[in-house]
Design a protein around this ligand. Structure first.
Ligand code: DGJ
Length: 381
């Protein structure tokens, strides 16, 4: 009798373990719920703000700014956090991919610097994983406007910091008007003060001012085209103008070919994707951590001409991008025309609590649109 009982008990336990294991495999999330807390495998709110996604070998990797609690939570006190997922709903904490340097307060990425909007791409030729980010060395506010570069042999890291640069020093963009390449530089007044300049960017010739030392590079993203060519897209010229710069074949440097777009449009938070041989851009206006109305644009070549398409968001709160700011537009693997808008709902008073706004992208002719959803699934795309 006792033997029968213990067989039954062990059978039941085994059954329970199998049920629990299959639940675990399925994951706790089966839908996106924008704006809600989003817990990782350890039940901790995902900490990857201003992020981007790398798809590599069957797995999505999400890299973003690790924010901290309390005052100065937007400073880089820890580094770049990485998470992995197969289904995009459930994310496993892969730890800190790039750590800030604690031992040397003069280091480019010293603890307390500003390290924003990290993006990672994989170089198929060199097999390296390359990370770019917007870097502001410690204690200098946002005046540095530099690009940081790091490298790893593994998607999840650890990444080794290589260097930071002001891109394209000594080179004019190939579409620079003569008024800039031949014209004078006006230094006074050429300082950005919250979304505007004292005069149109071209009359100040910020491009010319930064020609020798390298161009300013703040909000940024990376884009790898179908032919493997990679581009760095960043807010430049005191945020007034967007630059698109080609990277070298190893993705570790600038190929000295770049162009400038949307002068005086003060576009931040750029995200680029490609569908049916057309390039689409989404960006925000320039209002610090506060949300604003997004913009979108389309082009047949990444080098333009770019045509603005207006605010892609529709419905309630569309004028504030649903209280978020773009950071990346994620192509779904294996689906030709499916993309997810990834945005940040910043909470500067408690940066670590910042929420993620992921929403489906829909297409209407040449335009794309984004509409709010409390909850949605990949099948809705
Ligand atoms: C807006 C940018 O998009 C963010 O990445 C960050 O730099 C904030 N400005 C800082 O105010």
């Amino acid at each position: 009798m006792n033997i029968q009982k213990s067989i039954l008990t062990s059978g039941f336990l085994l059954f329970l373990i199998i049920v629990l294991m299959s639940c675990k495999q399925e994951g706790k999330y089966q839908a996106f719920t924008p704006g809600e807390l989003w817990l990782d495998n350890n039940n901790v709110h995902i900490n990857a703000h201003g992020g981007g996604i790398l798809y590599d070998n069957g797995t999505y990797y999400w890299f973003g700014e690790h924010k901290t609690e309390g005052e100065n939570g937007n400073l880089a006190n820890v580094g770049v956090h990485c998470y992995s997922s197969k289904d995009l709903y459930n994310w496993t904490d892969e730890g800190i991919a790039l750590s800030v340097i604690e031992a040397d307060s003069t280091h480019d990425i010293a603890k307390g610097c500003i390290l924003e909007r990290p993006k990672v791409i994989h170089n198929k030729k060199t097999k390296k994983y390359i990370m770019y980010f917007h870097l502001e060395p410690k204690g200098q506010g946002y005046e540095g406007a530099r690009s940081g570069i790091a490298i790893s042999d593994k998607a999840t890291g650890p990444y080794s910091y290589i260097r930071s640069v002001r891109p394209n020093a000594g080179h004019w963009p190939f579409n620079a008007p003569e008024i800039l390449t031949k014209g004078p530089v006006r230094v006074e007044g050429a300082i950005f003060t919250g979304g505007s300049l004292s005069a149109p960017a071209d009359s100040l010739n910020i491009l010319g001012r930064d020609m020798q030392g390298g161009q300013m590079a703040r909000d940024m993203t990376l884009f790898v085209d179908d032919d493997g060519t990679a581009y760095h897209i960043y807010s430049s010229e005191e945020n007034s103008t967007l630059h698109i710069a080609q990277l070298t074949e190893d993705y570790l440097d600038y190929a000295d070919k770049y162009a400038r777009f949307f002068p005086d449009r003060f576009m931040e938070a750029p995200a680029i994707f490609k569908k049916d041989e057309k390039y689409y851009l989404m960006a925000s206006g320039c209002t610090g951590w506060a949300p604003n109305e997004a913009r979108s644009a389309v082009a047949k070549s990444i080098w333009g001409p770019w045509t603005e398409l207006g605010n892609p968001c529709i419905g309630i709160d569309a004028d504030l991008t649903f209280h978020s700011q773009s950071t990346y537009i994620l192509p779904i693997q294996g689906k030709n025309s499916q993309f997810i808008y990834m945005g940040d709902r910043w909470t500067p008073n408690d940066a670590i609590d910042g929420r993620y706004i992921w929403l489906p992208i829909k297409f209407e002719g040449d335009k794309f649109t984004i509409e709010w959803k409390d909850s949605w699934i990949l099948n809705d795309l």
